[in-house]
Structures are given as C-alpha cells and as structure tokens.
Design a binder for this molecule. Structure first.
Ligand SMILES: Cc1ncc(C[n+]2csc(CCOP(=O)(O)OP(=O)(O)O)c2C)c(N)n1
Length: 438
C-alpha cells in the first residue's frame, strides 16, 4: 500500500503524469495476511519559498513598457488569477496549444495560440512590442512557438513547477519555480501594494479588430466544400458554454484554435505535446465518462479517426451521448500541406476512400453528413440533440482545407528559412522545377 500511495502522490504532484506500478501476480492471485489496512493521507505541502524572486519580478515588470502573458497547461488552475494579473497589467494573453483553454477565449485581452509569425494576426501584432513576457506553466515547445520562430524578449519571467524547463528553449531573465497559481497570487499582491499598473487605450480595440479581420478573411474565402470558419462559428453558438471539446492532431487542430472560441478552463483537450494521432475518439469517450452531465464532442481528422474510431463501440455499449465530427478530406492534411509547399508532391499522405456511414452503422452510431455550408447549423444542432438522448453521433464533415492556417504557413516558412543556404536553394529550386514541369 505505501508504494501505491507514493505512486499516487507522484502522479498528482509537481508536473503530474502517469506512474507505472508493477504488482506481482502472486499478490494479485493469492490470499495473504495483512496486519493493518493503511489509510491514505495527503502529504503536507511545504511552504513555498521564493526568496527575493517576487521582488525581482516586480522590478522587471515596473521597468517594462508592455507586458505579455503566455500561458501553458501548467497554468490550468490559475485562470482566475491570470485574468486579474492580465487586467492589471493590460497584458495581451496568448497560450500554448495544450493550454488553449487555460484562458477564456472571449476575454478581450486574449489573442490566441502563440505569438510569433505562426500565430494569428491578433497575437502577432499584440506581442510585437512586448518587452516583458511572463510565461507560466509552459516548456516553450515546438508547436506554440511555431517551430521556435517566435521571438521572446530579453525580459522573460518564466514560472513553472518543473525547474527542468527553464532556459531550455528560451533564455529567461528570471526563473521562478513553484505553483503557478500561488506565484501569480504573490505577484498580484505586490503589484497592488506597489500600485503598479499598465494602461494602453488601444490594445483591446486592436485585438478585436485583428480578430474580426481574420474571421472575415475566412468567411469571404471561396470554398468548394464546408467553410471551416462557418463550421466553428455555428459549433460555438450551438454548444453550451461548459461543453468539452476534444481534438486530435492535424490540420483540424490548428483550425480549431484559430477559429473556435473555448470559454472555460480545461474544456478544450488536445493530445499535445506528444501529438499522438488517434487520441480524439478514446479521449472523448473518457471525458464523457467523467463528465456525464456535460456536452462532450470530438473533432478529428479522417486519418486519425481511422486509427481508433472503432473504440466508439465502447461509447455505444455504455450509452454515452457524444458527437464526433470527422473532418473528411481524404488526406493526412497537416502533413500533405507541409509536403505540398516545399516538395510540390504529396507522398504517402492520401487516404483511400471510405464510407463513414458504414462505420457508423457498424458501431451503432447515428450518421449525419454536412456536405455544404447550408447543412452546418441544422446538422450540428441535430447531432447535439441526439447526443442529449444518449446517442452516439458521427458527423461526416466534408471540410474544405484549401485555405491554410497561419500556423501551417508560418511553420513551413520558418523551417525553410532555418535551412542552410545551399539546401534552401536546392529545395526552392526543386519546387519551382516541379511546378513548371509537373
Ligand atoms: C501516431 C501519429 N502518427 C503520425 C503523426 C504525424 N502527423 C501529424 S498530423 C498528421 C496528419 C493527420 O491527418 P488527419 O487525421 O486526416 O487530420 P487532418 O490533418 O487532415 O486534419 C500526421 C500523419 C502523428 N502526429 N501521430
């Protein structure tokens, strides 16, 4: 028992994660004498000691012109205090992909995922002149930094429970190890005591303007099939505020964070940072088991759906009312788009045609198709109604991936830019030759 208690403590504390316990077969199969049944006691938390670090942070903040906040999943319990810090400092907020739900998407200071050239215009513009970045609960991994193309100011205050993340990808001016919520609370208390506050009369309106312009760009774009912007707009208006959205890894993931607003902390779940395809269907089932009274939906690419979609049988067997939206485009799009630009070829990224309806029939799910924009509202609403009645619904979304996300465009560009000169010339030359000769 003490080993199990230890394992549990390790699993839920610090940087939480799975712990493997090996229980020998003899203990599992045979009877044994136990003198005492131990009861679990939560270990006492040690008082946090930050020394002069909070003062140092205050000093850096007070000397800076514009502060920005960058939040990862490690700040998931610190949403309320993050809002207060952001509002006091008039700081734009961006998040990692995993931390997308850590800050409410409808807050006027929220800009989107990341803040570099691979982020949406609201993020890129709002963070351009940030000269102090407070990063909380993030490792500055590849995705939110757009393959490390995002530039971080010299004044980086990095807060994380795990000291191993400091100075790995971006050099910090000040690293504070500890619980995100607690540190932000200390910080806010000191900011208030010292009457430190920042103002910028234009920030909120320029974030709003950039968001509207970006949405309009999508809304006006000529698509042949379902327009992703209209899909996400309708999805948001049909979903309840506390609905849980689970995504997989692919183009649909980046479309989700560029075009869909999540409203509550921990209510958008993605498989980052391992980005393992096939996550969405089982994770949606798991999320519904834990949250039977909430709307739980999944958004998954057709490639990832083909990996684990038959798990839906578990959902039908347990009458779990969930909706899975399959973005059906016949490709492993996130990769094929990455190939198309530099190679002008698509290699091993075309899926064979398949009938989703057949899979729905096989697992006892209701099948609905959104073949064009005219069916979006009607069928999203019908799917959610069915799920309310504990039905499992598979929605075949004939998505149009023609327009690339800012993420894909930004990453492809920055990866190519970082190539050695000769290879860059070789790649560009080959793409041009193929474009001309076919
Ligand atoms: C298990 C696994 N294999 C490969 C990858 C690399 N990968 C990332 S996105 C992607 C394509 C996903 O295609 P699909 O599920 O159809 O989603 P889409 O990009 O079309 O939205 C691939 C192959 C991965 N993340 N996980």
């Amino acid at each position: 028992m003490p080993s199990i208690f230890d394992a549990y403590n390790i699993a839920i504390s610090g940087n939480p994660g799975p712990v493997f316990i090996e229980i020998p077969a003899n203990i599992q199969l045979f009877k044994g004498e136990v003198s005492e049944i131990l009861t679990y006691k939560k270990p006492e938390s040690k008082p946090a000691i930050f020394g002069s670090k909070i003062d140092d942070a205050i000093q850096i903040i007070s000397e800076s012109k514009k502060v920005g906040l960058f939040l990862g999943w490690g700040a998931k319990e610190a949403t309320a205090i993050s809002i207060q810090v952001a509002e006091r400092l008039n700081a734009p907020i961006s998040t990692t992909l995993q931390g997308y739900s850590v800050f409410p998407g409808d807050h006027p200071l929220f800009t989107g995922m990341g803040f570099g050239p691979a982020s949406v215009p609201a993020s890129e513009n709002a963070f351009k002149d940030v000269d102090c970045l407070i990063a909380v609960g993030t490792r500055f991994a590849e995705l939110p930094t757009g393959s490390f193309s995002a530039e971080v100011p010299e004044n980086l205050i990095h807060i994380d429970i795990d000291e191993n993340v400091f100075d790995k990808n971006y050099k910090s001016k000040l690293a504070i190890q500890g619980d995100a919520k607690q540190i932000l609370e200390y910080l806010l208390t000191e900011l208030t005591k010292k009457n430190i506050q920042k103002t910028d009369p234009h920030l909120i309106s320029s974030i709003a303007k950039d968001k509207q312009a970006y949405y309009k760009e999508w809304s006006d774009y000529k698509f042949d099939r379902v327009n992703p912007y209209h899909f996400f707009k309708s999805l948001r208006s049909n979903l309840e505020n506390d609905a849980i959205t689970v995504v997989d890894d692919g183009n649909h993931t980046f479309l989700t964070v560029e075009l869909f607003q999540n409203l509550k902390s921990k209510h958008l779940i993605s498989p980052t940072d391992f980005n393992c395809m096939g996550y969405c269907v089982p994770a949606t089932i798991g999320a519904k088991f834990v949250n039977p009274d909430k709307q739980v939906i999944g958004i998954v690419g057709d490639g990832a759906f083909l990996m684990t979609g038959l798990e839906l049988l578990t959902a039908t067997r347990n009458n779990l009312g969930i909706v899975i939206f399959v973005f059906h485009d016949g490709e492993l799009s996130q990769i094929s788009q990455g190939q198309e630009i530099p190679y002008n070829r698509k290699t091993s990224t075309q899926l064979g045609d398949f009938k989703l309806e057949g899979i729905a029939n096989a697992v006892g799910a209701t099948y609905l198709a959104i073949e064009d924009d005219a069916l979006i509202d009607q069928n999203i609403s019908a799917a959610l109604q069915e799920a309310k009645a504990n039905k499992i619904v598979l929605v075949d979304v004939f998505i149009d991936y023609k327009k690339r996300t800012r993420f894909t465009k930004g990453v492809v560009k920055s990866v190519l830019e970082n190539f050695p000169f000769r290879d860059k010339v070789r790649f560009i030359g080959r793409a041009i030759t193929r474009k001309i000769l076919g």
